[in-house]
Every structure is written in structure tokens, then in C-alpha cells.
Design a protein around this ligand. Structure first.
Ligand code: ZN
Ligand code: ZN
Length: 397
């Protein structure tokens, strides 16, 4: 039996444990930057295992090094473990969230469960590994400041040659492994715009300067950036998600605050949109005589999957002919942003998708109160990532 086949057999034997861990994490979700109990759970898991475990970064990050018995490269495997401010629907699950208003609605519980068991089984085989594996348990993926950025600043990628990550996907069928080359998930910027005019009596608009009217023109003008300034073949979106102008019916509003975000698939597109945002804000000031303060922040980079590494991973998975994996498909670029992109900026990396659709004829979108996954995806994720890891650590490299 090959080493990879032995690993997969061990993972099959550990499937129940993966599911049990996932259910525990699902019942006890924690918001980004507050993952204290999850951190304690991770440390407890590794306590009796013979490995180097350390806390890293300013948050709840946990890093584990598995040193192989033979020399070779260093591969990092990363899973995130934060949850979202979403209330899980009344779904009758025994492991429904016990933390009111918080839910593992993105599947990070599944990521952490499969990676814990995969790490444990890789440790059991460590004498036969050529190279080493760094397990990265990352907090704070969902909310800035990014947990990935923090761990990188603390040195998590020191001496690392490649990084591999995976995300479960409820939009992809169970059994599917998805991949994409090069630009694969959007980069994100967020902005807050405060417009200050002059408040006054609703019956005497000539004595005031209405921030709501200026803000309304601003929202409409912002819609022209993507539609009129960006090549239609480019991926870009701009959303104003909040317009806070709550006042009263007979008073002219002095100040309004707008919040929004933009997504792009190329960093050059981000620069065009940033420049247009600034220009339109100046234009609104000149047109309406208001003050416009723009707070614009680059949030997440575009996720770039190293084409060569991705192709090697995909070829290795196809050759392994893992029975639970029924298709390995380029699913194209994905709209959401993902802070795995910070690792990929520093080091050749790839990010796989693991189909987890429960196939009940309904959609269960990520970040929604009825997000659901088919738990058989845990074993598939562990086998795919574990197989790719052993392929990368092959002695001839
Ligand atoms: Zn998410
Ligand atoms: Zn996620």
C-alpha cells in the first residue's frame, strides 16, 4: 500500500471523529477575534499528541509543525475557525448553535474538523514523510483585521514553500473538488462616506444644505463607476450597503453616512475604482456645497492560485482515483473574497473547493441562517488535502 493510500485508509477510519469534532464546533461558534473557547479546544486536541504546538499572532492562532523523517520541502495547510453574526434557523439539529446570534454559517467548523484529524493522521505517518507540514489554524477570516495577515506578520510563512487551503462549497455537489488557476476570488475594499451639509427647517430649504439630497446623487453617481468606467469583460461590483440618514419628516438632515464595498478580480481595476470614488466625492462637494469625507480601505487582495502548483495538485488528485471524489472540475472564479489570498501573495499557493451540497432541492447559501452541509464532505476534504500534501512531499522533489 502506498503512503497516500495508507493515509486515506486511516482517514476513512477516523470519519466519525471528524464529524463529532465538527458538531462540537458547530454547537459552539465564536465571532472573529473572539474565538477563545475554540482556541482552547484546539490546544486540548493536540495536548496528548507528540508535536510542536504554539500560539501565533495577536489573536487565537494555533500553529503545529510536523517534521518528517526525511529531508524535503515545507508545506503549510491552512483552515480557518471563526463564525458569523448570524442566527441559525430552528432546524432541529442536535448540534444547532448554542451561542445566540452566532453561527458557523460558512463551514469553517468543517475546515477545522477535517484538518485536526488530518494532522493527527499525518503525525502517525511522520517517519515516512519527506519534508515537513505546518498546520495553520487561523482565526478571524470573516472580519478585518485579517487573521491571515496577522499570522503572516508573526512569521507563519517563514521557510514555507507552498500553502494549500480548501473551502467547503454548498453551491457545488458532494463529491466535487473544484479548482481555478490564477485570479480565483475577488479582492475587496470597503468605504465609509460622511456628507456634512447644514441642517434646518423643512419649510425653508434655502437656509440649509440638505445632506440627504447630496447623498442620493452620490449613490446614483457611484453606480456609474462599474457600468461606465470598467471594461464590461472585467469582474467588478460596487455596493452601497448602508445609507444612514435617519431624521424626522420636517427637518433637513445635516449629516448622512454611507457604507459600502467593492469587489474586483484584478488589482488594476481596484485602482481605477478607488480613483473614481475620490473624484465623484469631490464632484459632489463642488456641486452641492457639502463636505464629503471619504474613508477608503483596501481590505482583501485578489486570491491568486499559482497555476503550476494548482495543476500539480489537480493532476495528483486525478491520478489518485479517490472513490469519494466523483469529479475534479475548474468551477471558474468565485465572487466572494477570502483572506487566504494573503498567503498566496507571499508564497505559491492554491485553494481548493470541496462540494458539500445536501441535495434536498433547496439552496443553502453560505452566510445564511439555513446554511447546511453534507458531512461526508469532511472525509473528502481530508482525503483531497492529505493526498495533495503527500504528493508535494514526494522524495524526488
Ligand atoms: Zn464566509
Ligand atoms: Zn469562509
Amino acid at each position: 500500500m502506498t503512503l497516500a493510500a495508507e493515509l486515506r485508509q486511516r482517514l476513512t477510519n477516523s470519519e466519525a471523529e471528524m464529524i463529532q469534532i465538527r458538531r462540537h464546533l458547530h454547537a459552539h461558534p465564536e465571532l472573529s477575534h473572539q474565538e477563545v473557547a475554540t482556541h482552547a479546544y484546539l490546544r486540548q486536541f493536540y495536548q496528548d499528541l507528540d508535536c510542536q504546538v504554539r500560539d501565533l499572532g495577536t489573536g487565537q492562532g494555533v500553529v503545529v509543525d510536523i517534521q518528517g523523517g526525511h529531508p524535503g520541502p515545507k508545506l503549510a495547510l491552512r483552515a480557518d475557525f471563526d463564525a458569523l453574526a448570524v442566527t441559525e434557523e430552528e432546524n432541529g439539529l442536535a448540534f444547532r448553535s448554542q451561542n445566540s446570534g452566532v453561527m458557523h454559517a460558512c463551514g469553517h467548523d468543517a475546515h477545522t474538523a477535517y484538518l485536526l484529524v488530518l494532522a493527527q493522521q499525518l503525525m502517525a505517518l511522520r517517519a515516512q514523510l519527506s519534508g515537513s507540514i505546518r498546520i495553520i489554524h487561523q482565526p478571524a477570516e470573516e472580519k478585518a483585521p485579517s487573521g491571515a495577515q496577522d499570522l503572516i506578520a508573526a512569521g507563519v510563512l517563514d521557510e514555507v514553500d507552498r500553502v494549500l487551503g480548501a473551502h467547503v462549497m454548498s453551491t457545488m455537489p458532494l463529491g466535487a473538488i473544484g479548482y481555478h488557476l490564477a485570479e480565483s476570488q475577488t479582492g475587496r475594499s470597503n468605504f465609509q462616506i460622511t456628507i456634512t451639509g447644514k441642517g434646518g427647517h423643512g419649510s425653508m430649504p434655502q437656509l440649509s444644505n440638505d445632506a440627504i439630497v447630496a447623498g442620493s446623487y452620490l449613490v446614483v453617481a457611484l453606480q456609474t463607476i462599474v457600468s461606465r468606467r470598467i471594461d464590461p469583460s472585467e469582474h467588478a461590483s460596487l455596493t452601497v450597503g448602508s445609507f444612514d440618514g435617519c431624521g424626522t419628516s420636517n427637518a433637513i438632515q445635516q449629516t448622512v453616512t454611507l457604507k459600502g464595498d467593492l469587489r474586483i478580480m484584478k488589482e488594476e481595476t481596484r485602482q481605477v475604482i478607488h480613483q473614481q470614488l475620490r473624484q465623484i466625492c469631490r464632484g459632489i462637494e463642488a456641486t452641492f456645497g457639502v463636505q464629503v469625507q471619504l474613508d477608503l480601505q483596501t481590505d482583501v487582495p485578489v486570491l491568486y492560485n499559482d497555476p503550476q502548483f494548482t495543476q500539480e495538485v489537480v493532476a495528483g488528485l486525478k491520478a489518485a482515483q479517490i472513490p469519494e471524489i466523483t469529479q475534479i472540475t475548474d468551477f471558474g472564479a468565485q465572487d466572494p473574497s477570502e483572506d487566504f489570498s494573503y498567503y498566496a501573495l507571499q508564497c505559491p499557493s492554491t485553494f481548493l473547493y470541496v462540494g458539500c451540497d445536501v441535495a434536498d432541492g433547496q439552496t443553502h447559501p453560505h452566510h445564511s441562517p439555513d446554511f447546511k452541509l453534507d458531512e461526508r464532505c469532511l472525509l473528502i476534504a481530508a482525503k483531497a488535502v492529505g493526498t495533495a500534501a503527500l504528493n508535494y512531499l514526494k522524495p524526488e522533489k
